[in-house]
Ligand binder design. Structure first.
Ligand code: NAP
Length: 305
């Protein structure tokens, strides 16, 4: 299978390139060679690559910067218009598109884990642009899966995990907010969950192709297409997440921190308002694909080892 992976140097994209390798030829590109702001270049690249499946791990993820950009069109171009073009090209090639979105499409007022059909109400430009991207992908008419995820981290790029480890070596007291709750999600786990289900789709598609002409990974995805919540299992506050990071730190002897104290979101004003409770209920993903999501603590341990 020929796979086009967009955004292979990001947190998720880097892990996807590795997780997808056993499935076929992975053509991996990222900014600036591939620029979602350049629609003609995007279309040209997809035409010449002629992939059988496209995965989009690119995004404008600077949540606070998005609020302050004099021209919010940057976030919308990358998170909404760009994915729309990818979906149109996927349709033209009869290739499925795997896309990722965010818990920030919700306002956090529900107070219980969100399911896919809950009403969206993004609080900021980033969430609104990602929601527009979800809609653009769904409207294009290609076979697609959109995975909404939350609090993605990796050890390779700046993330909450790497920042906590850094602060723990610089400070004696850490103040971490206890009123933001979601599901910490390992980029590696997210990539592996994606690759697992694509492997399943390839096997089912090729088995069915023996009896039904035309049944492929595209058909398999098309039968299951839609939005799925996919995140680390369980919910945690940022404070609980930080405490677990410090507990699992393989080099605790380097820590200078002596206490971790709870704080409130209001203590750290940011340009973008974030949902206070954005845990995602992932039952639909697990029921549809028969895969179990590891508890967020387990995935964190594996990522930090
Ligand atoms: N990070 C989170 O906490 C979080 C939470 C919920 C959902 N998500 C979603 O999960 C997915 C993966 O996120 P991530 O954390 O892996 O993101 P990331 O680490 O920020 O990676 C995004 C990638 O997109 C690239 N990119 C930026 N602008 C581009 C452009 N104009 N054209 C092409 N590529 C461009 C970036 O390149 P440069 O590095 O060169 O800019 C980077 O490689 C995204 O859909 C994101 O919205 C993330």
């Amino acid at each position: 299978m020929k796979i086009l992976l967009l955004g292979n140097t990001g947190q998720l994209g880097w892990e996807l390139e590795r997780a997808l390798a056993p499935l076929g030829e992975v053509i991996a590109v990222d900014y600036p060679v591939f620029n979602l702001m350049d629609p003609d270049g995007v279309r040209g690249l997809i035409h010449s690559a002629a992939p059988q499946i496209i995965l989009n791990a690119t995004a404008y993820t600077a949540v606070d910067k998005a609020e302050n950009e004099p021209d919010t069109s940057l976030a919308y171009a990358i998170n909404a218009a760009g994915p729309g073009i990818l979906a149109e090209e996927a349709k033209a090639l009869s290739a499925p598109l795997i896309h990722y979105s965010t818990d920030y499409v919700f306002d956090g007022a529900k107070g219980r884990p969100y399911i896919e059909t809950d009403a969206t109400n993004p609080l900021g430009v980033y969430g609104a642009s990602k929601l527009a991207g979800e809609l653009a992908v769904a409207a294009a008419g290609c076979a697609y899966l959109t995975f909404r995820t939350s609090w993605v981290y990796s050890m390779r790029r700046d993330s909450f995990v790497t920042k906590v480890l850094q602060w723990a070596r610089q400070q004696t007291t850490l103040k971490v907010v206890s009123d933001q709750i979601s599901g910490p999600t390992s980029a590696r786990m997210l990539a592996e969950m994606t690759a697992q289900l694509l492997a399943m789709g390839c096997t089912a598609g090729s088995a069915a192709a023996g009896t039904h002409v035309g049944n492929t990974i595209t058909d398999w995805i098309s039968e299951r297409q839609g939005t799925y919540h996919l995140a680390g299992d369980g919910c945690a506050s940022r404070l609980e997440w930080a405490q677990e990071i410090l507990r699992l730190d393989p080099h605790k002897d380097e820590q200078t921190v002596r206490e971790v104290v709870p704080a409130f979101t209001a203590d750290f004003p940011t340009p973008a308002q974030r949902p206070l409770f954005s845990c995602l209920d992932c039952s639909k993903y697990m029921a549809t694909f028969g895969l179990r999501l590891p508890p967020w603590q387990k995935a964190l341990k594996l990522a930090m080892e």
